[in-house]
Ligand binder design. Structure first.
Ligand SMILES: Nc1ncnc2c1ncn2[C@@H]1O[C@H](COP(=O)(O)OP(=O)(O)OP(=O)(O)O)[C@@H](O)[C@H]1O
Ligand SMILES: [Mg+2]
Length: 347
């Protein structure tokens, strides 16, 4: 686990983010009042079961969500490297405008779960890495090629001159993921968004790619938003964790605090369902019973109510659950803590 001293000014603040999608006869409230901050040089993990809104949340930072998504709220970005972007609400920028283009790919980059969706089969790896460099860093082709070769080398791809001229299908899954990382980092972004970056890879390659991301983070002093449903990866990589359930952040804390002192019954369930290294092989892994409901016709009931073993009838099903502050860095959205903690106002 990382320990970083500079937990100072946030590079990015997501404030009351709401994303709704009109479907045939109803509106899906896929993201419902999400709030978090990413501090400079640190990694925030966004964790939760499938469908809880992790990808929509992270893609909205790049304005990459499909047209049918209606997005509200603020995503305040404070660049240190770019004077024009020292305090902008990304959601106010025109998605195809100049400012958004200088955020996307240059200041903030993204890597996806399946590299083949981001790589074109028609162009060489080298050309694809150079493209972004030529847009954002230099117009000089020779210089751009050298940056691309250095980047391939940095992500552990040897024989880079030969690899530069090959096509994506000539690379293994792990190598393609390295290429994606090289592309994403070729313009020294301040923030890297990694949405399930290693889910498609086998475990040893997964560990190598994560290690690589950690090393490059130190080198380039960037922040990372890491989206995953794997708590093992969270423990390994993150400084802080936001636990997401049904479009909301239900608990947020530094990584040690999440594992040593989880509060929300959902977070506790996620941790119980984690396989333990050296644990009793005969022990059955517990899973959280039930499935995530669809976020339509949202009432005031807590989204976890039907699955929660500690629910309080007459309370958790009747009122909107506020966010309670456990301490300066730890908050939880759960009535169990009503009497112990002060509401922090973000209801
Ligand atoms: N373009 C879309 N049209 C309709 N519904 C969508 C669209 N994109 C996402 N959704 C729905 O919004 C909800 C949140 O989706 P999202 O992809 O953010 O989940 P996720 O947490 O990233 O899940 P996973 O772990 O499976 O990747 C889901 O119910 C999903 O089906
Ligand atoms: Mg996703």
């Amino acid at each position: 686990m990382n320990t970083k001293e500079d937990f100072g000014t946030p590079l990015l603040s997501v404030e009351d983010l709401r994303i709704s999608i009109q479907q045939d006869d109803h509106v899906l409230h896929a993201v419902d009042g999400v709030e978090f901050q990413i501090k400079k040089g640190t990694t925030l993990g966004l964790v939760g079961e499938s469908g809880c809104g992790k990808s929509l949340t992270s893609r909205s930072i790049m304005q990459l969500n499909p047209k049918e998504c209606e997005t509200q709220g603020q995503i305040v970005y404070r660049s240190e490297k770019d004077k024009g972007l020292q305090h902008v609400n990304i959601l106010d920028l025109k998605p195809t405008g100049k400012m958004m283009r200088s955020v996307r790919g240059k200041r903030i980059s993204m890597i996806f779960q399946e590299p083949m969706t981001a790589l074109s089969p028609l162009y060489t790896i080298g050309n694809q890495i150079m493209e972004n460099i030529l847009i954002h860093r230099t117009k000089n082709k020779k210089e751009a090629k050298q940056i691309a070769l250095d980047m391939l080398n940095k992500v552990g791809i040897s024989n880079e001159e030969k690899r530069f001229n090959q096509y994506p299908h000539e690379f293994s899954g792990g190598m393609r993921q390295r290429v994606m990382i090289a592309m994403a980092l070729s313009c020294n972004p301040e923030l890297l968004i990694a949405d399930e970056p290693t889910t498609a890879l086998d475990v040893t390659i997964q560990a190598q790619v994560m290690e690589l991301m950690k090393d490059l983070q130190k080198d380039l002093e960037m922040s990372i938003l890491l989206v995953t449903h794997d708590l093992g990866i969270i423990a390994e990589m993150c400084d802080e964790v936001a636990v997401m359930y049904l479009g909301k952040i239900v608990e947020k804390a530094p990584v040690k605090e999440i594992f040593n002192n989880p509060k929300h019954p959902y977070t506790k369930g996620l941790i119980r369902s984690m396989p333990k290294l050296g644990g009793n092989k005969n022990r059955r892994l517990e899973s959280i019973e039930g499935t995530v409901p669809l976020a339509i016709n949202m009432s005031n009931q807590c989204g976890f109510y039907d699955r929660c073993t500690q629910r309080i009838e007459g309370e958790c099903d009747k009122q909107r659950v506020p966010n309670y502050q456990v301490n300066g860095e730890h908050s939880v959205r759960c009535f169990l803590y009503k009497n112990e903690m002060e509401e922090n106002g973000h209801v």
